[in-house]
Every structure is written in structure tokens, then in C-alpha cells.
Design a protein around this ligand. Structure first.
Ligand code: C2E
Ligand code: MG
Ligand code: MG
Length: 875
């Protein structure tokens, strides 16, 4: 509340007993005094009511225009206010904005969204009032003279009476409210001036409150958007992980190379538009191009050809991916670099297939219509996939030549029994065509009626009814639950669609068993379901259902002889007065579901409270971090890196901890995201690095190295390496005793600069490891470009290792090791928690690792005590 020069109480009359007197003139005076009092009382009451109305308006959820209009009406009840405007002034930018403007004579209405610089408003009476800082009243001519403003015809007609009051907050003018009259009969009094004074202060408070609310909502929206993006990003890399996994698996499994190619095509189709896709391979003599696999909407056949000047040959020769649209292709043709073959495409994307650094072929996708154009992102994906396909091909090649010999033999036998076989084959073909058709029809029909549940529009209709019922009677609460099966896509990809469909049906049945009769369960598409819960009393009722659904879906499902696991994340939105449409409710439930997923799947989240709270907590955390930085509360803990064979100590990873005087220790997961966003992370890092350097002398006693986690921004700072080297020199830290851990993301931005920076550090003796390998992907195909010493396999892969040859992430870890071997990189496995994992990793040929199995991260003194290292530096 701003401070008022007067309080409304002072306008109240003082009630006194009537004096006993015979003096009539005294009595008359008394009566007169009372009448004045009564009038004041009336005014005070009206003012009081107006102030309440203003604060009601401010906290209502009506839009800005309605609120401003409401303010005008309230002032109109207190005084003549046909001509009325509100202007806001920002001293920070010295600009003003006419947020509301009503005038019976002035034909020009200022734009309420336009910030007008004071420098261009020299003759404005309103600006003069703002500068003056106190109320003014009188004919506009007089006021102008008093405030020393020249007359300016363009700024509206002159008024008979002009009453302007500044809006002041803690001594700073933040705007003004003005009423004026063009009628000589209607003038303003000193009382009006006092009234408008109060009203102005309340208007300011009301506007400020709305601003704060809007700001909060904006931040919540922003966070929500970011969350969605993060999830999309994560899902994308999950899909890629699944693809990688399938390539690695298929390579060893497919019956024939044709089947393998078809599988690869299927995998690529899941990642990008691959309606037109081919694989081209150089023949053994290197003179011809063979197209062992090609699926195309236009060019049915892609015959083998002598090397010519096609786009494929261009990619083959350059060894680089090519992404070209029609203009790009045209340019290449014009420059004589290529000749076009086949149907011209609107967009063409090809990447080389390389074995042992030698180009052996090309994978390409193309689009003949402008509705799908490939992006750099697609190029990265395809490059990434090609790398793995090439590896799989290499492994197959040896087996394949043997298989070909057998096939040839079979072929000969087959041709001997030709006639009979031909007849038979024809019959078989017919049968299989019919079967395939039937299958397809059945499949489509099954998709339509897969679960027999209502669909989205049905659901929205039902929610619409519930919403109108609630509007009519707000005790008729209802809620909507948005449900998404966690990792369904991964399951579906690995076990096939038919089993996936069965899983969806079973999930639908189980969800149905968790609700009562009038409630509705609907399938929104894919693995998304929604539930409308009618007639509930509190949010707890919805939570109880969510709990039931989650535990019911957590039970394993037996489908087609397989034991399948799925789980659900649920977002809950409870109806309230804000909702105008069922779509809004569903959207909020969706947002809450994303939140549930982001906080770790198989759980539910309620919309609103949590999201609002999260936004508020975030603001608090920002402040806390700044203070913590000043008080130097960040310190390193250390986790040993171990030789898997004999448990010997190899090094330590330094991990940041926040030592809060009250809350104690917390790990980066709780604060690093926001620290990165607000730009404090670099400073925090340097605080930690200093302490690491101080500890290094003792920790490296047995020649162990220490790794520093380097956030991406450092690598973009031009002085990072010099600052690091200077710090090391100051603490006499040997370069061999310090290593850096960077993430794939950090390599991606400005790769040239990062490459140079890491290169110079390597020359100085400081090696770099790639952290969390496998969680990102984009830079994978450029991996060899960076001067890296090793990879750290992300702990999610270690966690998913299963015993036995295949299953889980075994294939991926094997692929990563092969990749690292071929690039001469060392590999460290992160997050080893069990003996079994250590055993599996050793089987896969890994020799270094870290994890809780060996040691949790601990403070320098604990570590020193455990390893018996002393200040002296000898073991
Ligand atoms: P990271 O570099 O991948 O570090 C490994 C994380 O896994 C650490 O989490 C570690 O405590 C945890 N961990 C180690 N062994 C196991 C295990 O067996 N099981 C499980 N579940 N977890 C294990 P922490 O300390 O919470 O750090 C998280 C991330 O924060 C780090 O991931 C790193 O990216 C970042 N970070 C840590 N310290 C710093 C720092 O000083 N500067 C910067 N910029 N980032 C840091
Ligand atoms: Mg690390
Ligand atoms: Mg890591």
C-alpha cells in the first residue's frame, strides 16, 4: 500500500453531543455544522466503497481493458469524469504510456501500448504534471501557465477545468490520473482534488499488483515452455537410443542383408521422413555404384551404374554430408560439379558410409514435394545412424560372403525343379498377397477400434458439459487426468506394433477398472489417455484415482508370452473459475503430466499450485545462489575412478557441492540448472576449481589425476585456457594431474573455437574427456575432430545392463566401446553400483569406472584419510 497524505478516517465527522442552549442562532450554527458533517460522512462512505471496488477489480481475473474501464466507472461515481485518462510513467526509461483514455472532444486517442519518450512530449501538460509531482487544478490555460508549458494545438482542446493528480509510490512519480471538463458549468472542487488523490493511489496499487501477477504468470509460462522443450529433447534422444540399439541388434540377427537394409530403412523412418530412401555402395573394383536397397515414390528402379556425376558420387568423393534444396542442386549443376539423375527432388540429403575411414557408399533420403524439407538436424541424425550402419555392415560382410555361396547352391537346386516350383510359387504368391491385404485391413480396423474407448472430441464434449454444470453450480467439482504411458514408444519399437497394441488394450482395461461409473476414460491417441472424474469433493479424490491407476499399471503384463512392464505419468487439473473451455483444462492437465514426467516418471502432478510454487521457489533459489557465491559456499567433493580389473586407484572426479550453513550439503541436481541459466555457474566453477587446485597436491600423491567438470560456457570464454593454466601455475599443479570433463553439448556450439581451445590445452598437457556419453548425440559424427582423450559412458547405460548376451543396453555399450577403440579413446563407465554391473562391463572389455560400488563422492579430508594420503605427498 502506498503512503497516503491523508487517511479516509480523517474525513469522518466527529460525533458530539448537542449542546443545551437556548440561543437559536447557536442552534442554527450547530445544525449547519451537523449538515456539513453528514455530507462529509456520505462522501467518506462513497469513497470507502470506491476504494473497495478498486481493490476488488484489481484482484479479479478480468482482462486489462475491462479493469481499466471499471476504474473509469468508479471514478465517475465520485465526480464528473466523462473526460478521464490514466497515464503510466516509467522513470527508468523516462517514457509515458496512456493506458486508458476517454474524451468527449478530443478525436485523437493515444495508443495504449505505445511507450512515448518524454523527450518528444515537451509541450504535454500531463508530462509537466508528472514532473511537478503534486496535484493541479484549474482552467487548462492557467495550469499551463503555472507549470510553464507553452500552448500546443496538436495536444487536444483546452478545457474549462483540468484536474490532474500524480500517482506516487515511495516518493517516485509512476503516472497520473486526469479528469477535465469542457463545460463552464461543471467545475472541480478542493474535495474532488482530495478524492482523486486517494483514488489515484489505489489505482496505482491495483495496477502494480496486476503487473506482478502478470510477471509471475509469464515466468510460469516460460518455465512450462522450457520444460516441454527439455522433454521433447529427451524423447528425441531416447528414440535415437532405441534406434541405435536396434541397429546394433539387427546387425547380428537379420536373416539376409536385404532384411537388414529393410530394418535400417524402418529405423531411419522412425527418425525422419524416409519415404524415398536408398543405400548406394561402391562395387569391389571401385568403378561402379550399386543400389542394393531403394524405396522410392517416383523412381521404381535404381540400376547399377558406372561412377558418374550424380549427387551420390559427389557425397562419396567429398566424404561430407550434403543437404541441398532445389536451388542448391541447381547451383551444383551450374558449377558443373554434378549432373542430375532420376526425378529431380525438392530436397536431397545424403551422408557417406565409411568403413575404416574409407568411403564405401552413401545413404540418401529425398523429398519430391515442398511439404517436407530436411534440416541440419536431420543431417546430424542420418550421419549418426550411418556411422553405426557402416559398422554393422562391416561386421556382416564376412558372414555374408559365406551365406551367398550357400544361396547360390540353393538357387541351382531350385531351378532344377522349375516347372513345379513355378506353379507352386504362383499359387503361394497369390495366397500371400491376399493374406497381406487381409492383415492390413484387420490392422487398420484394429487401430480404429483398438481400445473401444471414446476419443478426444467425445471427451471434450463430456468435459464441456461438466464445465457448464460447474459454472452453474460451483460445488459440482470435477477433474481431468492426463495420462501418458512412460517409454511406451521404446517398448513398441522393440517388441513390435501388435504386441504394443495389446499392451494399450490391457492398459485401457486396467485404467477402466480404477474409476467409477459416470467417470469417462478416453484414448487421446498413441499412448495418451484421459480420465474425467465427475462429482469429486477435493483434489484428494483425483489424487487417489491417480494413485490407483499408477499402481495398477505398474503390475507387469503378460502379452504374447512376454512379460512387459510399463508405467504411467499423470497430470491432474481441477476445474476452477478460470477455465473457459474444456481445452484449457486438458492443456493444464497435459502441462502437469509433463511435469510429472520431468520429475521422474511413474508419478502424478497437480497443476497450478505446484507450477506456481516451482516458479516462486526458482526466484528464491536465484537469490540464494548469489548470496552463496559471495559467502564462498561451494566446494568440491571427490569420487575415485578405479581400474575395474584390480580396484586400483586411477583418479578422482571433482564434483561440486553447496555447503549451506543451515540446509547442509546439496548436489548439483538441485541448483545447477538455474545457476547455468542465470550465468552464475561459471563463477561457482572457478570457486570450486581453486579449491581443487589446492587439494590436488595431496590427492595426486599416488599419481592419480583429478577431473574438473567444465560447463559449456567456459569453452566459449576467450580467456578460459589462460585463466586455467595461470591458476594451475599459481598452485604448482602439474598438467598431467588435471583433466577436464566436457559434455557433447559444449562441443557443438562454436566447434572451431572449442576445438582450438581443447587443442591448446592438450599441448599444455591437460587432457579432456567427453562426459555423459550417449545422452546427447549430435556431435557424434564429428567426434574425431575434437582432441579428446576419452569418453565417460553415461550411467543410464550402466544401469540398464542385463546379464546374458543381449538385452538392456549391452549392445549399445559394446557399440560405444568399438567406436572408442576405432578412434583410440579411453573409456570410463559411470555409475557402477553393483558387482554384476562391474562384471558385465569387464566382459564388454571396459577397464575403467567409477560409482557407488567403489565409493560415493566424499570431502577431501575423508578421501585423504581413506587412502592414507598425507600432506607430505608420498604414499
Ligand atoms: P557427472 O559429471 O556425470 O557426474 C557424475 C554424477 O553421478 C555425480 O552426481 C555423482 O555423484 C553421480 N554418481 C557417481 N556414482 C554414482 C552411482 O553409482 N550411482 C548414481 N546413481 N550416481 C552416481 P552429482 O555430484 O550430483 O553431479 C551431477 C552433475 O553435475 C555432474 O554429472 C556434472 O555434470 C555436474 N557437475 C558436478 N560438479 C560440477 C562442477 O564443479 N562444475 C560443473 N560445471 N558441473 C558440475
Ligand atoms: Mg562428470
Ligand atoms: Mg557423467
Amino acid at each position: 500500500m502506498p503512503h497516503h497524505p491523508l487517511s479516509p478516517g480523517e474525513l469522518k465527522p466527529t460525533v458530539q453531543a448537542l449542546p443545551r442552549t437556548d440561543d437559536t442562532s447557536a442552534l442554527a450554527a450547530e445544525v449547519q455544522r451537523l449538515r456539513v458533517d453528514v455530507e462529509r460522512l456520505g462522501r467518506a462512505e462513497r469513497l470507502q466503497r470506491a476504494l473497495f471496488a478498486i481493490s476488488d477489480l484489481a484482484s479479479s481475473d478480468q482482462d486489462a481493458a475491462t479493469v481499466l474501464h471499471g476504474l473509469h466507472e468508479i471514478v465517475g461515481r465520485l465526480m464528473y469524469a466523462e473526460n478521464f485518462y490514466i497515464v503510466r510513467y516509467s522513470p527508468e526509461t523516462d517514457t509515458m504510456r496512456f493506458i486508458y483514455f476517454a474524451d468527449s472532444l478530443d478525436p485523437i486517442k493515444p495508443d495504449p501500448t505505445e511507450e512515448l519518450p518524454a523527450s518528444q512530449m515537451g509541450n504535454s501538460l500531463t508530462l509537466a504534471l508528472i514532473r511537478h509531482g503534486r496535484p493541479v487544478l484549474g482552467p487548462s490555460d492557467d495550469v499551463r501557465r503555472a507549470l510553464n508549458v507553452p500552448r500546443d494545438e496538436t495536444l487536444g482542446p483546452d478545457s474549462e477545468d483540468w484536474l490532474g493528480v500524480p500517482m506516487v509510490d515511495e516518493g517516485v512519480v509512476r503516472g497520473a490520473v486526469v479528469v477535465q471538463s469542457y463545460d463552464p458549468e461543471t467545475r472541480y472542487s478542493e474535495d474532488d482534488r482530495a478524492l482523486l488523490g486517494y483514488v489515484a493511489q489505489h489505482i496505482l496499487t491495483a495496477l502494480a499488483r496486476r503487473d506482478a501477477q502478470e510477471e509471475l504468470e509469464r515466468r510460469v509460462d516460460e518455465r512450462t515452455r522450457e520444460l516441454r522443450q527439455q522433454i521433447a529433447e529427451r524423447e528425441r534422444s531416447e528414440r535415437l537410443q532405441a534406434a541405435l540399439f536396434r541397429i546394433a541388434e539387427q546387425a547380428g540377427r537379420s536373416e539376409s542383408i536385404e532384411v537388414f537394409y529393410a530394418e535400417v530403412h524402418g529405423i531411419v523412418s522412425a527418425l525422419l521422413d524416409a519415404r524415398n530412401f536408398f543405400i548406394a555402395l561402391l562395387t569391389d573394383d571401385g568403378r561402379e555404384l550399386d543400389f542394393p536397397y531403394s524405396v522410392d515414390e517416383r523412381d521404381q528402379k535404381r540400376p547399377r551404374r558406372r561412377l558418374a556425376k550424380g549427387l551420390t558420387e559427389y557425397v562419396l568423393a567429398s566424404g561430407q554430408p550434403l543437404l541441398a534444396d532445389r536451388d542448391g542442386i541447381h547451383d551444383l549443376v551450374a558449377e558443373g560439379k554434378v549432373q542430375s539423375f532420376g526425378t529431380p527432388s525438392v530436397c536431397w540429403l545424403g551422408v557417406p558410409l565409411q568403413i575404416g575411414g574409407q568411403p564405401v557408399g552413401v545413404i540418401a533420403v529425398q523429398s519430391y514435394t515442398p511439404d517436407y524439407l530436411y534440416t541440419k538436424r536431420d543431417q546430424e541424425l542420418l550421419s549418426f545412424v550411418s556411422f553405426h550402419i557402416a559398422q554393422a555392415l562391416e561386421r556382416r560382410q564376412a558372414n555374408e560372403s559365406l551365406r551367398l555361396a550357400y544361396a547360390e547352391l540353393e538357387q541351382r537346386v531350385a531351378s532344377r525343379t522349375s516347372e513345379l516350383a513355378d506353379a507352386n510359387r504362383e499359387l503361394l504368391d497369390q495366397i500371400s498377397v491376399r493374406e497381406r491385404m487381409e492383415h492390413k485391413l484387420k490392422h487398420e480396423a484394429m487401430h480404429d477400434t483398438l481400445t473401444g474407448l471414446p476419443n478426444r472430441s467425445h471427451l471434450l464434449g463430456r468435459m464441456g458439459m461438466a464445465l457448464s454444470r460447474y459454472r452453474y453450480d460451483p460445488t459440482q467439482l470435477f477433474a481431468v487426468l492426463f495420462l501418458d504411458l512412460d517409454r511406451f514408444k521404446v517398448v513398441n519399437d522393440s517388441v513390435g506394433h501388435l504386441v504394443g497394441d495389446e499392451l494399450l488394450k490391457e492398459a485401457a482395461r486396467r485404467i477402466g477398472r480404477c474409476v467409477r461409473d459416470p467417470d469417462m476414460v478416453a484414448r487421446l491417441g498413441g499412448d495418451e489417455f484421459a480420465i474425467v472424474l465427475d462429482f469429486i469433493h477435493t483434489a484428494d479424490d483425483a489424487v487417489a484415482v491417480a494413485d490407483r491407476v499408477i499402481s495398477s499399471l505398474a503390475e507387469p503384463m503378460r502379452i504374447a508370452g512376454k512379460e512387459l512392464y510399463t508405467s504411467a505419468s499423470i497430470g491432474i487439473a481441477l476445474v476452477d473459475g478460470r477455465y473457459r473451455s474444456p481445452e484449457e483444462l486438458l492443456r493444464d492437465a497435459d502441462v502437469a503430466m509433463y511435469r510429472a514426467k520431468a520429475t521422474g516418471r511413474q508419478r502424478y502432478a497437480l497443476f497450478d499450485e505446484h507450477l506456481h510454487e516451482a516458479a516462486l521457489k526458482l526466484l528464491e533459489l536465484e537469490g540464494d545462489l548469489r548470496r552463496a557465491l559471495q559467502r564462498q559456499e561451494f566446494e568440491p567433493h571427490y569420487q575415485p575412478i578405479i581400474s575395474l580389473a584390480d580396484g586400483g586407484l586411477v583418479g578422482f572426479e571433482a564434483l561440486m557441492r553447496w555447503h549451506h550453513p543451515v540446509r547442509g550439503l546439496s548436489a548439483p541436481g538441485d541448483f545447477i540448472g538455474i545457476a547455468e541459466e542465470t550465468g552464475s555457474l561459471e563463477h561457482m566453477d572457478w570457486q570450486v576449481y581453486e579449491l581443487v587446485c589446492r587439494d590436488t597436491k595431496r590427492l595426486s600423491a599416488r599419481n592419480a589425476y583429478i577431473t574438473l567438470n567444465v560447463s559449456p560456457r567456459h569453452l566459449r570464454a576467450p580467456d578460459f585456457e589462460s585463466r586455467l593454466l595461470e591458476m594451475m601455475a599459481r598452485h604448482a599443479v602439474k598438467p598431467a594431474h588435471l583433466r577436464l570433463e566436457v559434455t557433447e553439448g559444449a562441443l557443438l556450439e562454436q566447434p572451431e573455437q572449442v576445438q582450438a581451445c581443447l587443442g591448446r590445452l592438450r599441448e599444455a598437457g591437460v587432457l579432456t574427456l567427453l562426459d555423459d556419453f550417449g545422452t546427447g548425440y549430435s556431435s557424434l559424427s564429428y567426434l574425431h575432430r575434437f582432441p579428446l582423450h576419452g569418453l565417460k559412458i553415461d550411467r543410464s547405460f550402466v544401469a540398464e545392463l542385463r546379464s546374458g548376451e543381449s538385452g538392456g543396453s549391452t549392445a549399445i555399450v559394446r557399440a560405444i566401446r568399438l567406436l572408442a577403440d576405432s578412434l583410440g579413446l579411453e573409456v570410463i563407465a559411470e555409475g557402477i553400483e553393483t558387482e554384476e554391473q562391474r562384471y558385465q562391463l569387464r566382459l564388454l572389455g571396459l577397464s575403467l569406472g567409477q560409482g557407488y560400488l567403489f565409493s560415493r563422492p566424499a570431502s577431501a579430508s575423508e578421501i585423504l584419510a581413506r587412502y592414507g594420503m598425507s600432506d607430505g605427498g608420498t604414499a
